[in-house]
Design a protein. Structure first.
Length: 112
């Protein structure tokens, strides 16, 4: 098993429900496809990870993803990095979601 697969499996093992595991796996796959990532952890470089998350949000909004769906995807992505002890600061999450809301024109406040 490649390191990338081990990282994803470690994350999925933290989830009890088989349905949730399948959903999370598909969300991570979509994240990797849209960002073109082969290595989710970017050698633990938070700045590169933050850049990829921003680009992911922009691409998903351009594809017409709803605010709620985008929240679901980003929550899984943030959780993946959290379980791997990558510093995706809570503040960054809020900034990214505020950025997303600028794209949507929504005045909702969203926290993860």
């Amino acid at each position: 098993m490649q390191k990338q697969e081990q990282e994803v499996e470690l994350f999925l093992d933290s989830v009890k429900s088989e349905h949730t595991k399948r959903t999370y796996k598909s969300y991570l796959k979509k994240y990797m496809e849209l960002t073109g990532l082969e290595n989710l952890l970017h050698e633990n470089n938070p700045r590169l990870i933050e850049k990829e998350i921003r680009e992911f949000i922009i691409k998903m909004k351009k594809q017409g993803m709803t605010f709620t769906a985008l929240k679901n995807y980003t929550t899984v992505v943030f959780s993946f990095y959290k379980i791997h002890d990558i510093a995706t600061r809570y503040l960054l999450q809020r900034q990214l979601l505020a950025f997303c809301m600028k794209l949507t024109g929504s005045c909702q406040v969203m926290y993860v």
